[in-house]
Design a protein around this ligand. Structure first.
Ligand SMILES: Cc1cc2nc3c(=O)[nH]c(=O)nc-3n(C[C@H](O)[C@H](O)[C@H](O)COP(=O)(O)OP(=O)(O)OC[C@H]3O[C@@H](n4cnc5c(N)ncnc54)[C@H](O)[C@@H]3O)c2cc1C
Length: 297
């Protein structure tokens, strides 16, 4: 979609019109569309208000590690490129003020260096902080929601509100406070004390992840949510013999059944076809309707 001319007058944004969007998601599906990189909160407020006034649909892309973009022709994608104040991570503190665009691997390095207990829960998850909060990303060690004190959010009117995290703020791979069209701007993160063993724990967990997940291929992480701790989507895919099932350049990973890998210029249509086939087989053989974890937009 072509960008409206008023948007070109906004400072601190970079408009990429009709570009190949594949590099903005980790599964790298081919799709062309328009994406705007936004450097400041002021610019974001102007952009959102303009889109709202002109009824232009927009959608947030973080690291693109859990997303498949399909509606690329009638939506403008927004990616935050807020600056991280390097001072923030220069020493260990009890609270950190962090922009939504900071990648989690930078936070893992900080946790490893200073031994921040609790931060090991997001070891190896490719994500921006905003995307991780939105998804309540986590591993077998825990979820990021347990480390968030408050979240600063831009409303659809371009206003800023603060959500103080409480026991109902998060559940498995979900937040319950970001409304449709709102944007996570930043968060205050806490930890659970200092512990010199965290560095080793992070190292061990990274080794475990490398052995059990296809971390070096083009994929979007787990495609389905686990039904519960006993009914894991990946295990059912394995039991049903669905590993390796392919549609054009897209295949179910041999390493982990809940991952779909783009091996050769696959498209979003290929993704939809493969998902439909998997859902059908899974429901037939397990009786469970597994819900998608990956966000298809
Ligand atoms: C190899 C691999 C391994 C993975 N392993 C794990 C794992 O162990 N555990 C796990 O939980 N996940 C895992 N994932 C999935 C993914 O890393 C997480 O879901 C992560 O939280 C996504 O963050 P993101 O920044 O990429 O968000 P995106 O995928 O870009 O977006 C996810 C959702 O968040 C919304 N969003 C993003 N940023 C904002 C914002 N600032 N404001 C409002 N909404 C926003 C998007 O619109 C979208 O709906 C893995 C993915 C890959 C590719």
């Amino acid at each position: 979609m072509k960008m409206i001319k008023e948007a070109w007058d906004i400072s601190d944004i970079e408009i990429k019109e009709d570009v190949n969007l594949s590099r903005f998601t980790t599964i790298r599906l081919s799709a062309s569309g328009t994406i705007v990189l936004v450097k400041t909160e002021t610019a974001l407020a102007q952009l959102i208000c303009l889109f709202r006034k002109k009824s232009i649909p927009y959608h947030l892309v973080g690291w693109g590690a859990n997303q498949v973009l399909i509606s690329t022709q009638n939506t403008v994608f927004i990616k935050l490129a807020f600056e991280l104040n390097a001072q923030e991570l220069s020493k260990s503190k009890s609270e950190y003020y962090l922009p939504a665009s900071v990648p989690l691997n930078i936070l893992t390095s900080h946790a490893s260096k200073f031994g921040l207990q609790g931060w090991e829960v997001f070891t190896g998850i490719p994500a921006s902080l905003g995307g991780a909060i939105y998804m309540n990303a986590g591993t077998a060690l825990g979820e990021i929601g347990s480390l968030i004190k408050s979240v600063s959010i831009m409303t659809i009117d371009g206003q800023i509100r603060t959500h103080i995290v409480n026991k109902d703020s998060f559940s498995y791979r979900e937040n319950h406070f970001v409304k449709e069209g709102e944007v996570i701007l930043s968060a205050i993160m806490i930890h659970k004390g200092l512990n010199t063993e965290i560095k080793e724990k992070i190292k061990e967990y990274l080794t475990f992840r490398k052995a059990s997940q296809p971390l070096t291929t083009f994929n979007c992480g787990c495609v389905f949510k686990n039904y519960d701790q006993k009914h894991k989507a990946g295990q059912f895919i394995d039991i049903c013999g669905l590993k390796g099932l392919s549609v054009n350049g897209l295949s179910v990973s041999h390493k982990h059944g809940n991952f779909i890998e783009n091996q050769n210029n696959a498209t979003s249509e290929d993704f939809s076809q493969l998902i439909d086939a998997l859902k059908f087989e899974l429901e037939l053989h397990s009786g469970i309707e597994f819900e998608l974890e990956a966000k298809v937009y």
